[in-house]
Write a protein that binds this ligand. Structure first.
Ligand SMILES: Cc1cc2nc3c(=O)[nH]c(=O)nc-3n(C[C@H](O)[C@H](O)[C@H](O)COP(=O)(O)O)c2cc1C
Length: 238
């Protein structure tokens, strides 16, 4: 009887240890999961802290109600072997929409130029002789700074350059852009949106300011232009 009791005690003891072992194991798994979660959280936090530009741009957006609602994108060029890039400025979003459609049709990279000092509604008031845009467009030598001109045109053979028409011309910030880059060996296609005016002297002014590149005439595109109409426009230039 004593032997039976001792044997049963030993069996229960072993079962208890095994159960303990299992619970320790699941404890480890839980700890592992927690560690993984921690690592992912840290990675996410590290990534967030690596993206100061986004925070800065959120602030810019707050300060610039007239700008587009979407985050300005400073890392749009992926250099994934694409030979075409669309670079554009859009104060109120119209040119942006067209630029995105051109990039879609041409399978191009796309880069939005952001003014260092965003244009407010008051700045864009063309009825005000003293508004910022009126003053800038009255002076062909003004060169408004660009907040994010990190565009690297190396490797691209075709560059679309888009902007809104301001007083029949390209915004002075576009001059800042073209004067800062070398377009040698590239086909450059200016395009604009407007309230009705054609591309006018905007493209040719930018071409002479750039001083390099094979500049095509380009053209004014309707805000609501479709992808097939864009394709037709591109075909008409070939
Ligand atoms: C200061 C200023 C001047 C403008 N001048 C002209 C002009 O000369 N001719 C025209 O058709 N539209 C003119 N527009 C209208 C814009 O070209 C048009 O709304 C454009 O599509 C806006 O593009 P965005 O939304 O990409 O900024 C002007 C707009 C502004 C703010």
């Amino acid at each position: 009887m004593k032997k039976i009791i001792i044997t049963l005690s030993a069996v229960f003891c072993m079962l208890g240890f095994t159960a303990c072992g299992n619970s320790t194991e699941s404890g480890s798994a839980a700890a592992g999961t927690s560690a993984q979660t921690e690592a992912v959280t840290q990675q996410t936090q590290a990534k967030k802290s690596d993206e100061p530009a986004k925070t800065e741009q959120s602030d810019e957006e707050k300060a610039a109600p007239a700008q587009n609602d979407e985050q300005p994108q400073t890392e749009e060029t992926d250099k994934g072997g694409k030979d075409t890039i669309v670079v554009y400025f859009s104060a109120t979003g119209t040119t942006k929409g067209v630029a995105e459609r051109i990039a879609g049709v041409t399978n191009a990279d796309i880069f939005e130029l952001i003014p260092a000092e965003p244009y407010s509604d008051a700045d864009l008031d063309w009825n005000d002789k003293n508004s910022r845009t009126t003053i800038e467009m009255n002076d062909p030598d003004v060169r408004p700074a660009i907040a994010n001109d990190t565009v690297d045109l190396n490797g691209y053979t075709t560059v679309y350059i888009g902007y809104p028409i301001w007083w029949g011309d390209a915004p002075r910030m576009m001059s800042t852009f073209v004067e800062a880059h070398d377009f040698s060996g590239k086909t450059v296609i200016p395009f604009c949106t407007s309230g009705g005016s054609g591309i006018g002297r905007g493209g040719s002014n930018l071409a002479s300011q750039a001083g390099s590149g094979n500049w095509l005439e380009g053209g004014r595109l309707d805000a609501g232009i479709s992808e097939s109409e864009i394709q037709d426009w591109i075909n008409s230039m070939n």
